[in-house]
Structures are given as C-alpha cells and as structure tokens.
Design a protein around this ligand. Sequence first.
Ligand SMILES: Cc1cc2nc3c(=O)[nH]c(=O)nc-3n(C[C@H](O)[C@H](O)[C@H](O)COP(=O)(O)O)c2cc1C
Length: 324
Amino acid sequence: MLIIRNLYVDPPLLLAPMAGVTHSAFRALLLQLGGVGLLSTEMLSARRLPMEQISCSPFLFSTEEEHPLSYQLLVAEKKHLAPAIARVEQLGGDAIDLNMGCPAPKVRCFGGGSKLVDDPENLRRLVAEARKCTTLPLTAKIRLGEELNEAHLLNLCGMLEGEGIDLLTVHARLRKEPFCRKPRWEWVGKVKKKLSIPVVANGGIFTVADARRCLELSGADGLMLGRGAVIKPWLFHEIAVELYGCKLPDLDIDRPSIYNNFIDLLENRFRPERRLGRLKEFTHYFSETYPFGLRLASIIQTSNSVEEAREKANLFFSRSNRVS
Ligand SMILES: Cc1cc2nc3c(=O)[nH]c(=O)nc-3n(C[C@H](O)[C@H](O)[C@H](O)COP(=O)(O)O)c2cc1C
C-alpha cells in the first residue's frame, strides 16, 4: 500500500494519464476488472480548466465510483495554478499531479510538460505555489531528463520533494526517447534511493514479468501502467494478484465482452460525436492482444459510426475465435 499524504493507494498500482484514453469510460472499465489503486484523468490545461463546462466536457466527466482519482494539470504559468486547483477540489479530485514530462513540441512551446524542468528556479516557484494552494496530495511526473546526468536528475527530484511534492512518478526514459525504447528502470532506483517520499516507476510494463523486473531493478514503491493497461485492461488485476497478493475475484478474460462493454460505457457517458474517436484510440492498443490485431485496428479506424465499428469488431471476434 502507498500512503500519499492522507490518501491510501492500495494496491500501489497507478493508472498513467493518457490523452484521449484515460476518460471516464476507460476508468470504469478498469474498475470493473479490478486491481487499480489510483485512477487518473488525462492531462488538463490549467489555464482552461476553470472555464470547462463539467456537464459537457468529456475530459471532466466522471462518476461517483471513479475514486481515488488524480487530476493531471498541464501548467506553464504560476497564475493559472490557484484557479485550476480550486476547480479540481470542487470536482472532488483526490490528488493533483503536475505534468513535468510531456515531450510533445505543442506542449513544450508554451512552456509546459518537460519544458518546465529546463528552468528549475521557475519550477521551484511553481511547485511552491501549487503546494500553497492545496492540502490534497500533490504529485509530479517526470522523465529522466535531456541526457543521463545523475547529479542533475537527483538535484531536480530533491528540489521537488523539498517544495512539498508528496509522490514522484518517474517515466524511465529521456525526453527524446521514443516509447519503443527499453525503459531504464534502474534509473528510477537512483531516484528512489535519494528521496524519502514514495517513488513510482513508469514505462514499458506490459506483463506481470515486466512489473516484477521493474520492481527488482528500481525498488520503486509502486508502478504506473500506461499502454499495457489499454492493451490488456486486466493487467492491473494480474499484477495486483500475483505481485501484491490482492484477493480479487477470479477473472474470466473474455475479450469480445470486454470490448462490447467498453462501447456500452462510451455510449452511457459521451455524446454520440464524442464516442467514435475514443473507441478508435482504445482499439489502437487493445487490438494488440490479437495475432491479427492490425486488421481489427484498421476496420475500426475506417468505421464511420460506433454502431458500424461494433458490428465489424464482433465479426472479427467470431472469425478470430474460429482460427484460434
Ligand atoms: C496515448 C498517450 C497519451 C499520453 N498522454 C499523457 C498525458 O496526458 N500526460 C502524461 O503525463 N503522460 C502522457 N502519456 C505518457 C504516459 O503517461 C506514460 O508515461 C507512457 O506511456 C509510458 O508508460 P507505458 O510504457 O506504460 O505506456 C501518454 C502516453 C500515451 C501512449
């Protein structure tokens, strides 16, 4: 179990914030399958958050069951923090995460994500301000930096801890490294040894064996799963049972019913025009569990409605049952 300030995260398995993916329907799917300790939104612009209409925002919509839920803020300027944090509190968020790792040029060019760590003094002021604004658990998510530089990385992490960050997630890749590169889990271990707050390892966990190896190499206090949990939404359950000894009901992993259930969840939560894009994002990853998954991804990609996508997916499932 992880304790972040006053929040219990049990098991210490966190959902990674993922734009276009970690919305209410996906979070609900994970809760049904079990094993996730802390849910997350996708990154939310701190500047825009106070203006978003809760009733029609697909980014903010969430249900009573989706707890504990961390809201990730994408922030570049100190002045946006107080209104954004007040909004998260009003929405009933359980924790606030600051995005310090996003390498996307679109995000960096306005000074957010990984760009923040280029100016540690500015970042220090930003974190101090965030800490002043809330008593909620305040966490941060970073990458390893521009290049491998242990002293630089540990100074940065020490500063974050000193300014009141309650938990640090380290995505074990350098800023420019692509997702296909092997993660450097041992570097999370260097951070873990330096800090007293909990350190969570992220990057490249797709199986129980990956999770075990990551824990061995990093000694991390918890794990954060991203793409692995979209490819296999039952991965949290597997890791929770096998590595953390959680007593969860046995799972019957029936992929077609998980997929259809996900479509139902989208239909229950989002307006029709918001559903198909989200189904395509999900399918891009979920299809990887099938040997001919590219076919599934491409038929969903070219579908013009959720109804058409559902029908084609079910045809694909019935054919793939016959060949396997
Ligand atoms: C589609 C997608 C969207 C992402 N969006 C975010 C985001 O909003 N905020 C963030 O901090 N990281 C984001 N990430 C990075 C993930 O949180 C995570 O650090 C990364 O995918 C590595 O973990 P994994 O190997 O388990 O996927 C995103 C990744 C993907 C694949």
